[in-house]
Design a protein around this ligand. Structure first.
Ligand code: DGY
Length: 327
């Protein structure tokens, strides 16, 4: 019997790929940079399954092409699937797999690390020392902001937002949160208070983004929203870069209408090498690594393979982003 073909857009955990290769024939892109769109397009007509990354644009054209041939499932090593035309996959009855839940605590840990690092100027100080600049101890040298006891504003209050609220308890912080629709079940989370977006921006010392990228969250932090934030406030983004207007953010940081920002995500990724934000000292930018603990990434890969094997065996995906296709 011929093995089903699985197209894999990046190599990962060899033992997991070897395990998958026992029952499937793999076509793997092995370079560090993502494959060109045309590589995926060229191989998709032969594929029964696609394992993709958030760096791949899986648009309606690719989905229609796959569907017209053998494609039975798309499974991504990420929880966010905004790079995939999920609506189109649903129209073609193709399940889209993702990795919810497993990266919650790891991502919240990293968002917390960014918040601490930006508040206490950790990266700026370490970069100075690595350039042989050790400023003598002085009462005002490299002073930053306290985190303990301050107000944390969470935009998006799903799994990761709630994990941030749990961490905030230990720092005795006041927690405000906003999401477009109030969910009464969240009222039982006693240390977090639902507020309007404007109130959250005006009152928070730290504003951390944990929403999914959607038509309504795209560009939600622009000039007007940044202008509402306190001059001492710090913006953290571990969600998706496209939620923030980065030119407006540059202006706010340069003119010190907010104090600092820490961004793990950007739009586009990678950040263009001449982007003005790279010239500022009061911004930390990391390359989309909030979920990057080895254990979490391994588990994300395991879930991705479980999704693929389920679909190839005619079963529903255990971790499905468009479960409505099964109704
Ligand atoms: C996700 O899973 O969507 C994250 O952004 C990956 O780190």
């Amino acid at each position: 019997m011929t093995k089903p073909v699985v197209l894999v857009t990046r190599s990962f955990f060899p033992e997991l790929l070897q395990q998958l290769a026992e029952t499937c024939s793999l076509v793997v892109w092995t370079e560090e940079n993502p494959p060109p769109y045309d590589w995926i397009k060229g191989h998709l007509p032969q594929a029964d399954a696609l394992i993709c990354m958030l760096t791949d644009k899986i648009d309606p054209e690719l989905i229609t092409l796959g569907s017209a041939n053998h494609l039975k499932v798309i499974s991504q090593i990420a929880v966010g699937v905004d790079n995939i035309a999920v609506g189109s996959a649903t129209d073609h009855k193709i399940p889209v797999g993702h990795t919810p839940g497993v990266l919650t605590e790891t991502t919240a840990d990293f968002a917390w690390a960014l918040m601490m690092a930006a508040a206490r100027r950790v990266v700026e100080s370490a970069v100075e020392v690595s350039h042989n600049i050790w400023r003598p101890w002085g009462p005002e040298v490299l002073c930053g902001a306290d985190v303990y006891g301050k107000t944390l504003g969470l935009i998006g209050f799903g799994r990761i937002g709630k994990a941030m609220a749990r961490r905030a308890e230990g720092f005795e912080m006041k927690v405000l949160y906003y999401e477009p629709r109030y969910k009464p079940e969240n009222a039982s989370i006693s240390n977090a208070q639902y507020v309007s977006l404007d109130d959250l921006l005006c009152e928070s010392d730290f504003v951390s983004l944990h929403a999914y990228l959607s038509d309504s969250s795209r560009g939600m932090i622009g000039k007007a929203q940044l202008a509402m934030m306190k001059p001492s406030s710090i913006l953290i983004n571990t969600g998706r870069g496209a939620m923030v207007d980065h030119i407006a953010l540059y202006d706010a940081l340069k003119n010190r209408t907010i104090a600092a920002a820490a961004l793990d995500v950007f739009d586009p990724e990678p950040i263009p090498e001449n982007h003005p934000l790279l010239s500022l000292h009061n911004v930390i930018i990391t390359p989309h690594i909030a979920s990057a603990s080895t254990a979490t990434r391994h588990q994300m890969a395991v879930m991705t393979i479980e999704n693929i094997l389920a679909a190839l065996n005619g079963k529903p995906l255990p971790y499905c982003a468009n479960p409505e296709i099964y109704k």
